[in-house]
Design a protein around this ligand. Structure first.
Ligand code: NCD
Length: 306
């Protein structure tokens, strides 16, 4: 039985198969409409989410399966003091697969150790968000036609943004990837990513503060929200929250075939005037999130569709 805790749980070959399956689902949704009939997905969300939870639920419903779960810690037995290990043992009796989001780093991993069903990490604190990474990789591969030879600008809250951490881990496995890490000093990527991931693997990267200085070089601009819920103090958040605002003027500095991505939700970091730019890919990215989660559910449940 396979779980998904980090994007690195899948080899490059497995990932390639998964993305190809997701593209087939996109082209032939009918073929998969009953693939998970009789199967149940539990969504155990101890932290708020709209698109991750709903995209998991949409994915299972599109496969003809059913869903159950909870969407906040208050509405689960966690409020009574139950551990995630106990909760997953019980959920294993009710469902065939579980997607878990938790504010504590490592909680889904602890759950997976006691689980009798595949567990998917749907975001653990400021740590990892592997299914957003699968979404991002599918978006990049589908819109740019490749996962290698890319210059990627990651912009915003690189300290707390778990989608950024997971995406860096996943992309460094492809040849000729360069990163421009665009953030204010206080929100730079954590040193374990800089040292243990980027330096250690000899991945070229540059840290810059001004978005304007990076724009022209990028194949992909990945914008992120300042992660309000992970700040210790409101004043720091208020000072940082509007540090970057992507607008038409800044878009004019970018290549014609650059794409703008964002895991969403957006706050102010992308002005709505950018939404009509053909290079704005963030809503298409949300759609790819459903296809890739369908592919992941099929893969972890070992369902073959001929
Ligand atoms: C991201 C997350 O939860 O980390 N959202 C998502 O899953 N689409 C990004 C964010 O909340 O800023």
């Amino acid at each position: 039985m396979q779980h998904l805790m980090s994007p690195l749980d899948l080899s490059v070959e497995e990932l390639d198969r998964l993305l190809t399956l997701a593209n087939d689902i996109e082209r032939n949704p009918q073929k998969y409409a009953h693939a998970c009939a009789g199967k149940k997905l539990a969504t155990c969300f101890y932290e708020p989410s709209t698109r991750t939870r709903l995209s998991f639920e949409a994915a299972m419903l599109n496969l003809g399966g059913s869903i159950l779960g909870f969407s906040s810690a208050d509405s689960s037995s966690a409020a009574k003091g139950e551990s995630v290990s106990d909760t997953i043992r019980v959920i294993s009796c009710y469902a065939d697969i579980c997607a878990m989001r938790h504010p504590k780093e490592g909680a889904p991993l602890v759950a997976s150790e006691k689980s009798k069903i595949p567990v998917i990490n749907a975001g653990d604190g400021g740590h990892q968000h592997p299914t957003q990474t699968l979404t991002d990789l599918l978006t990049i591969r589908s819109l740019k036609g490749r996962l290698d030879n890319l210059t990627i600008g990651l912009c915003g809250d690189l300290k707390f943004g778990r989608t950024v951490h997971s995406l860096i881990h996943a992309l460094i496995r492809y040849p000729n990837i360069k990163f421009l890490l665009i953030s204010p000093e206080e929100l730079r990527v954590p040193s374990y990513i800089r040292e243990d991931v980027l330096h250690k693997n000899n991945v070229p990267f540059q840290e810059v503060e001004r978005l304007e200085d990076a724009m022209g070089a990028l194949d992909i601009l990945y914008m992120t929200r300042v992660q309000k819920e992970r700040f210790f103090n409101e004043d720091d958040y208020v000072r940082m929250k509007d540090f970057y605002i992507l607008n038409k003027k800044k878009m004019a500095l970018a290549k014609d075939d650059m794409i703008v991505m964002h895991p969403l939700p957006r706050v102010n970091e992308i002005s709505v005037e950018v939404d009509d730019d053909p290079r704005a890919a963030y809503f298409r990215q949300a759609q790819y999130g459903v296809y890739v989660r369908m592919a992941l559910i099929l893969t972890l449940l070992e369902v073959e569709v001929c």
